[in-house]
Design a protein around this ligand. Structure first.
Ligand SMILES: [Zn+2]
Length: 195
């Protein structure tokens, strides 16, 4: 394989990038943006060498404990379980959650051979049983796999006498009911709360 072909192959590994886009990116970098290409190569190398998983919550971190786990002002009674560091970042952007996190290594997917061991259920159970956590908030996605993962986790936590809650499913903020899909309205009705 030529160096150009190797670059295109490497770019194709990125999610959502097919042969054509990989080619376009490679040509662009080599033809119009050599400094950008060098910066990209450097940043990738830096990141793969220095970014690890936090020892406590398993999110990406450059130190043994991530900044959130190091922050003693957060509410130790709350532990929010998410599927990915990206989901954790989304929760953080809401600025309405002040507890700690546990980042799973994905979600249970029997067809792909991903089970409780692969996503890190044991470390989560150990973390949740630290004596301070009073509520584990299951914030896995609302897909079939995310729901299955939440179900398995809730059961495992319950067996150990730990309380878990699930994010409510509801009508998006700023939306008009007539344009919301029926599944979402049905779930919002089930998850309704007192006013
Ligand atoms: Zn952490």
């Amino acid at each position: 394989m030529t160096a150009l072909e190797q670059l295109i192959e490497a770019l194709r590994r990125l999610p959502g990038v097919g042969q054509k886009s990989a080619q376009r990116m490679a040509y662009h970098l080599l033809q119009h943006d050599r400094p950008g290409a060098d910066a990209l190569a450097h940043a990738l190398q830096q990141a793969t060498h220095s970014v690890r998983h936090c020892e406590r919550c398993y999110t990406f971190s450059e130190s043994p404990l991530c900044p959130i786990c190091q922050d003693s002002r957060r509410d130790a009674r709350l532990l929010c379980v998410v599927e990915t560091p990206a989901d954790q970042a989304a929760m953080e952007r809401t600025a309405s959650y002040h507890g700690y996190y546990f980042v799973l290594q994905g979600r249970i997917s029997p067809l792909d051979g991903v089970g409780t061991r692969e996503i890190g259920v044991e470390p989560l159970l150990a973390r949740a049983a630290d004596g301070q956590v009073e509520e584990v908030i299951l914030a896995t996605s609302f897909t079939a796999e995310g729901e299955a993962t939440a179900h398995v986790l809730a059961e495992a936590l319950r067996v150990r006498g730990l309380r878990s809650t699930r994010l409510a499913r509801g009508v998006p903020v700023g939306s008009e009911l007539e344009y919301v899909d029926l599944g979402t309205i049905a779930h919002a009705l089930v998850d309704r709360r007192a006013t």
